[in-house]
Design a protein around this ligand. Structure first.
Ligand SMILES: CC(C)(COP(=O)(O)OP(=O)(O)OC[C@H]1O[C@@H](n2cnc3c(N)ncnc32)[C@H](O)[C@@H]1OP(=O)(O)O)[C@@H](O)C(=O)NCCC(=O)NCCS
Length: 165
């Protein structure tokens, strides 16, 4: 039985641990080790995660089975003041991928978004990440490209994908 719970500040070290275990496997063939380290530090330090949930109104859902946390997703309702929900993050431990947990998280966020009168889910994904295929399977399509300069000479090369609700 997989349970989805809303994370509190007490769960932030767990989220950080899962990110550090998942990112090298996800991005090892796409980004340099330096860029992975830079991005992890930027997005997953405890102060950064704390500010995401307290100031930026990101909500983290954690997936857990009877024994352990398997991964997380974060979302933001009414992103940039329009009735769309942005999925900022979705990461499952390598051993927990391909078992339907990602679909469970996306579907739950879709339900929460609809309950809050949002009419679409929105996300950015690296153009070379095979997760693009997962999102297409979940009903998203590419609506744009975005190259984002994140400092220190690093670039994020993303697709913007959207799923109408
Ligand atoms: C991307 C991720 C969240 C998907 O979650 P998951 O639990 O592995 O995916 P699911 O098992 O729920 O798959 C749901 C459906 O998508 C399909 N799917 C999964 N990955 C796919 C892929 N790369 N290409 C095409 N279809 C895919 C599955 O076959 C399944 O289809 P089905 O319903 O017909 O069986 C997960 O694999 C992950 O954490 N990957 C590493 C981190 C990452 O890349 N995150 C995204 C950053 S933007």
């Amino acid at each position: 039985m997989i349970e989805l719970i809303t994370a509190t500040e007490a769960h932030l070290p767990e989220i950080k641990r899962i990110a550090y275990e998942t990112w090298p496997a996800t991005f090892g063939a796409i980004l340099s080790e330096k860029q992975i380290a830079y991005m992890l530090d930027w997005m997953y330090s405890i102060p950064s995660l704390t500010s995401q949930i307290t100031e930026k109104k990101h909500v983290f859902l954690l997936a857990k089975d009877s024994e352990q946390f398997l991964g997380y997703a974060s979302y933001e309702l009414n992103y940039t003041g329009v009735p769309k929900t942005k999925i900022h993050k979705i990461y499952l431990l390598p051993a927990s991928q391909g078992k339907g947990v990602g679909a469970l998280l996306i579907n739950r966020i879709g339900e929460i978004a609809a309950e809050n009168e949002n009419n679409a889910l929105l996300l950015n994904v690296n153009r070379y990440n095979k997760a693009v295929g997962f999102y297409e399977k979940m009903g998203f399509s590419v609506v744009g490209n975005e190259d984002i300069d994140i400092g220190d000479g690093f670039l994020m090369e993303d697709f913007i994908m959207e799923k109408p609700l």
